[in-house]
Ligand binder design. Structure first.
Ligand code: TNX
Length: 525
């Protein structure tokens, strides 16, 4: 049975409360503001009492069509795995019901941002308000973090997970909060990608950018050009066997991400970083670049497509078309970085032509900051990584900018001199340096309105499996979640590092191999 309105919610709660003779529970005094939430919400107000999550709790949601019921089911699954409790969603529970979590679609003006949410926690009810299912989903991540690790078994005759009462008002700072996974230098399995998506979802990221092609490997099936994966997919850095996603597997990743309100952005890097493609189809190769061969080294900047051949663009029309057709998100990333083997005039011609192809397939083009050298539509997005002047040029053109400064956000940089994995060309990035910077002021003179958001890229030259991936990503990724979401006035390293230490039970429960930096007192929790 689905209750569609808040009035019904109140009625149900009243009936439940009146049917069973409820004993007052004597909760210990609580403090909602003291819960170590990451990212930190805009506003948290504590009322000192509590909601007891137990076997007599049920979830109800409004508006099935807008995906709210699915969000309720996600919460129920997460409650099950954290506490073992089975909490029913939108089904009547005949008398045993004492407390409700209601996930409500609301058109309140305070919820204008599609990812905004409000949570009201009282003794008998938790009300989660959001305008969209995405907002409700973000709020559900907050609820997950509010559920304590351990139950209190002395309050009633059953175990009860005590959630502090009060109110949370929240919305993200940036529209775009992402990470990138380089599945080209080393291939990562669908399961490894899904586990990464789970971590992203928990910390309220909304985008995963997949770097699907590079000199060492091509990782996505293209039905009209099968040798891309047959030949181009069969190698990786260090000489491993590589691999690729079939279109069905890619769709599975896209759907898994969509269930978590995360958008996948596919990247086919070009005109440089194209050795694997040109090895598969030599007509693509520019005579000015190095002759294609299987590459398992880590060099960059030696390969290029031929920008002057029409056949190169019809090939790209097929590739972009096939990928765009199975990518529901609005963006297509064309790389465009480090094309040192492409003449500048050819590079500009190439980017301008490819922009038209991407637009023809109804996607917005994204490219690394070098693409700002071309004459682009203002709808295209510049992905800043190393050259502030390109970010400024893009902003002048009216384009949005994604912030991934290598010195701050590159997850493949070593933490310190004793890091097991990683590179160091952009310096070491310890966990505090990763956190202590402001995306809104990092590029001098870049207007705030031009910033779409932030992304933390994970290049994979030095990592080849999920455990190594997690070592570089965690815990730095958690800090980028907060930089992307929380208001600047809440960003404080000393406060953050305490909350970060409190993530250990989650990281351990998920078996995430985080780097236990000495900068954080991990034993505190
Ligand atoms: C630079 S950043 C690259 C990648 C490498 C990375 C290694 C960028 C757009 N290009 O090709 O993997 O450095 O840190």
């Amino acid at each position: 049975m689905i209750y569609r309105s808040i009035l019904l919610f109140v009625a149900v709660l009243c009936t439940a409360a009146c049917q069973t003779e409820k004993k007052e529970i004597n909760f210990p005094k609580t403090d909602l503001t003291g819960v170590p939430l990451i990212p930190k919400p805009i506003k948290t107000i504590s009322t000192g009492s509590a909601f007891g999550l137990d076997a007599k709790t049920a979830i109800f949601t409004s508006n099935k069509d807008a995906g709210f019921e699915k969000v309720g089911e996600f919460l129920s699954e997460q409650i099950k795995s954290k506490t073992g409790l089975h909490v029913a969603v939108n089904s009547s529970t005949e008398g045993t019901l004492e407390r409700l979590i209601y996930i409500n679609q609301s058109d309140s003006v305070d919820l204008e941002n599609p990812e905004a949410y409000q949570i009201y926690i009282k003794k008998d009810s938790i009300l989660l308000n959001a305008k969209t299912a995405a907002g409700a989903f973000r709020g559900v991540q907050t609820l997950r973090q509010l559920i304590p690790e351990k139950s209190n078994d002395t309050l009633t005759d059953q175990p009860m997970w005590v959630i502090p009462s009060g109110k949370i008002i929240d919305a993200p700072k940036f529209e775009y909060r992402g990470s990138m996974l380089d599945v080209a230098r080393h291939f990562f399995t669908v399961e490894e990608v899904k586990k990464y998506i789970d971590g992203l979802a928990y910390y309220k990221f909304n985008t995963l950018h997949l770097h699907l092609s590079d000199d060492q490997g091509w990782r996505i099936e293209i039905k009209s050009w099968p040798k891309l994966t047959e030949i181009g997919g069969a190698s990786e850095v260090g000489g491993g066997e590589g691999g690729f996603y079939t279109q069905e597997q890619y769709k599975d990743i896209v759907a898994y991400a969509a269930d978590r309100h995360i958008t996948i952005i596919p990247e086919i890097d070009m005109p440089g970083h194209t050795n694997a493609a040109s090895l598969s189809y030599p007509f693509l190769h520019s005579a000015n670049a190095e002759t294609p061969r299987v590459r398992t080294d880590m060099k960059v900047g030696y390969s290029s497509f031929d920008a002057k051949k029409d056949t190169v663009y019809s090939f790209l029309d097929d590739v972009v078309g096939e990928i765009a057709a199975i990518t529901p998100g609005p963006y297509f990333h064309i790389g465009g970085d480090e094309s040192h083997a492409t003449k500048k005039s050819d590079y500009i011609l190439f980017i301008e032509k490819v922009e038209k192809i991407v637009r023809k397939h109804n996607k917005r083009m994204v490219g690394w900051n070098e693409i700002a050298q071309a004459n682009l539509s203002s709808g295209s997005v510049i992905h800043f990584w190393n050259k502030p002047e390109y970010a400024l040029k893009a902003a002048e053109n009216g384009s949005k900018v994604i912030m991934s400064p290598a010195k701050k956000t590159y997850l493949d940089m070593k933490y310190d001199s004793i890091s097991e994995y990683g590179l160091d060309w952009a310096g070491h990035i310890p966990v505090d340096i990763a956190y202590k910077w402001d995306p809104e002021t990092y590029v001098d003179g870049l207007p705030k309105q031009s910033i779409l958001g932030i992304e933390a890229p994970l290049w994979s030259e030095t990592i080849s499996n999920g455990t190594e991936l997690e070592y570089l990503a965690f815990p730095r990724l958690i800090g980028y979640a907060e930089l992307g979401w929380s208001p600047s006035e809440h960003l404080d390293w000393n406060d953050y590092k305490e909350r970060l230490a409190a993530q250990v039970p989650y990281l351990e429960a998920m078996q995430i191999n985080y780097y236990p930096t000495k900068l954080v007192d991990w034993n505190k929790e």
